[in-house]
Ligand binder design. Structure first.
Ligand code: NAP
Length: 488
């Protein structure tokens, strides 16, 4: 159990229409610490009925929330931002307890997540329409942007705060109301955010949270209910496809932030020390459990040995352990299934000829989910590891000879979220950044997430963008008003 300065932030009930309530049936499910399997708390196990009630409350609240001025909505979001920052340490403790990431990363995520609330508090005041010259002198054409309506949000466990705020903040800033289903592994951060939102004055029904262990039941209600006008989802491509199909019945707007298979390319003109720093940040943050993690590291042949050696040295410095302990840089994987999946991907690569330069150890104990940071050499494109999202602290190294070959390998995937490359030649930097089929490209940079830039993928990595000035557009409808008879 994490020690909190404000114990009021540890919530175990659903938050629906401004009320903290148990599941109708009284059922609960356990939230556990992935570092040692211990139970943190039992929380309400909501389902379709509670979700329907939250949607109905959101529909009622939409009538008034949409009429609140942008300035007032912004002030409410700013209060929420302040409270998140004031409670940063407690939120970080909760996050490390339920998700496993090292405390330093949890503190960083609270800041990052809060930044979306601050950003959209500001952007919400800058929603503009147009006036357009009509072809007919008797007409005036005006466009205005209006909130989409009730939004449903489904979020993953790997960023238990930021994946929520980058949906909820733009939705509320735009004048929408929202019902959130967080991941079953990390509901405590979501409920703490709702408690702080309540304290900030977000009105009842405007932001509800339904926790539950039956994702498909809650998801069916969120996607099937005609009162929901938009679904925003972050998670795997497989579940994203299912939810898109479910949304088709009622033609909902959708935003999809899905899986990735990021290439990380090191060219022969790169600063190798910088490239290693970037690879460490991109690959091993959150124990390799991010959608933008380097998944395939492609190194030009002439610098391959030097890069591999420096990378192995850096990996040897990582400290594996409970994220709550001092100095730990790699926490546990989220659960046993994740550990098994990473082990199986690595074992398969090794059986097919990959060489372990460092790492490849599994769990330390029956209830622990640690995978030791690993670097694999002799990886080639035919191996499954190049086509699956590893979602663990494993760096597969491939070699290439020419720029064209690197681009071909990098783009040979149905995913298109993030890509990285290290090079200094200005022509190469321009050519490669244009040729990569990815929504986000880091050039000589391994960390690309910020609230000010548009985050999102191409191809099977998703639809839409989050953050930046574009992130609010997904929560707005454009209405065109044609004023006729002006001169009659
Ligand atoms: P996941 O299995 O797809 O789960 C994501 C969310 O969907 C969870 O809340 C989950 O609920 C819910 N869910 C699962 N099945 C559902 C269903 N049938 N109907 C409705 N909801 C359902 O993904 P994950 O393993 O949690 O997260 C990792 C994935 O997210 C990776 O692929 C990663 O790349 C992706 N991701 C993408 C981004 C991005 O911005 N593009 C950011 C972060 C993560 P339960 O937890 O209750 O099962």
């Amino acid at each position: 159990m994490p020690t909190l300065a404000n114990t009021d932030l540890l919530r175990a009930q659903l938050y629906i229409d401004g009320q903290w309530v148990a599941a109708d049936c009284g059922k609960t499910f356990a939230v556990t610490n992935p570092a040692d399997g211990t139970k943190i708390i039992d929380i309400a196990d909501g389902g379709a009925v509670e979700t329907r009630r939250a949607i109905a409350a959101a529909e009622t609240a939409f009538d008034s929330w949409r009429k609140v001025t942008a300035k007032e909505r912004s002030a409410t979001l700013k209060r929420w931002y302040q409270l998140i920052i004031e409670h940063r340490e407690d939120l970080a403790q909760l996050m490390t307890a339920e998700q496993g990431k090292p405390l330093a990363e949890s503190r960083g995520e609270v800041n990052y997540g809060a930044a979306f609330v601050e950003w959209f508090a500001e952007e919400g005041r800058r929603i503009y329409g147009d006036t357009i010259d009509a072809n007919d002198p008797n007409q005036r054409i005006i466009t205005r942007k209006q909130p989409v309506g009730v939004v449903a949000a489904i979020t993953p466990w790997n960023f238990p705060i930021a994946m929520i705020t980058r949906k909820v903040a733009p939705a509320l800033a735009a004048g929408c109301t929202i019902v959130l289903k967080p991941a079953k592994e990390t509901p405590l951060c979501a409920l703490a955010l709702a408690a702080l939102g309540e304290a900030a004055g977000i009105p009842p029904g405007v932001f509800s949270v339904v926790t539950g262990s039956r994702a498909s039941e809650i998801g069916a209600e969120l996607t099937g209910n005609p009162s929901v006008r938009k679904l925003t989802f972050t998670g795997s491509t497989a579940i994203g496809k299912t939810l898109l199909a479910q949304c088709a019945e009622t033609i909902k707007k959708t935003s999809m932030e899905l899986g990735g298979n990021a290439p990380f390319i090191v060219f022969d003109d790169a600063d190798l020390d910088e490239a290693v720093r970037g690879a460490m940040a991109s690959k091993y943050r959150n124990a390799g459990q991010t959608c933008v993690c380097a998944n395939r590291i492609l190194v030009q042949e002439s610098v391959y040995e030097a890069f591999a050696q420096k990378l192995v040295q850096a990996v040897a410095e990582l400290k594996v352990g409970n994220g709550a302990d001092d100095g730990v840089t790699i926490g546990p994987l989220i659960n046993r299934a994740a550990l098994d999946k990473v082990s199986s991907i690595v074992n398969c690569a090794v059986e097919n000829g990959a060489e372990v330069l460092i790492g490849r150890e599994g769990s330390r104990g029956a209830e622990e989910n640690y995978y030791y940071p690993t670097v694999l050499a002799n990886v080639n494109e035919a191996m499954d590891i190049c086509h699956e999202e590893i979602f663990g602290p494993v760096a597969p190294l491939l070699t290439f000879h020419t720029e064209e070959e690197a681009i071909r390998i990098a783009n040979a995937t149905p995913y298109g979220l993030a890509a990285y490359f290290y090079a200094r030649d200005i022509g190469r930097v321009s050519r490669v950044s244009e040729a990569l089929d990815y929504g986000i490209v880091g050039v000589n940079e391994g960390i690309i997430s910020t609230e000010v830039a548009p985050f999102g993928g191409m191809k099977e990595s998703g639809i839409g963008r989050e953050g930046s000035k574009y992130g609010i557009e997904d929560y707005l409808e454009i209405k065109y008003v044609c004023l006729g008879g002006v001169n009659r």
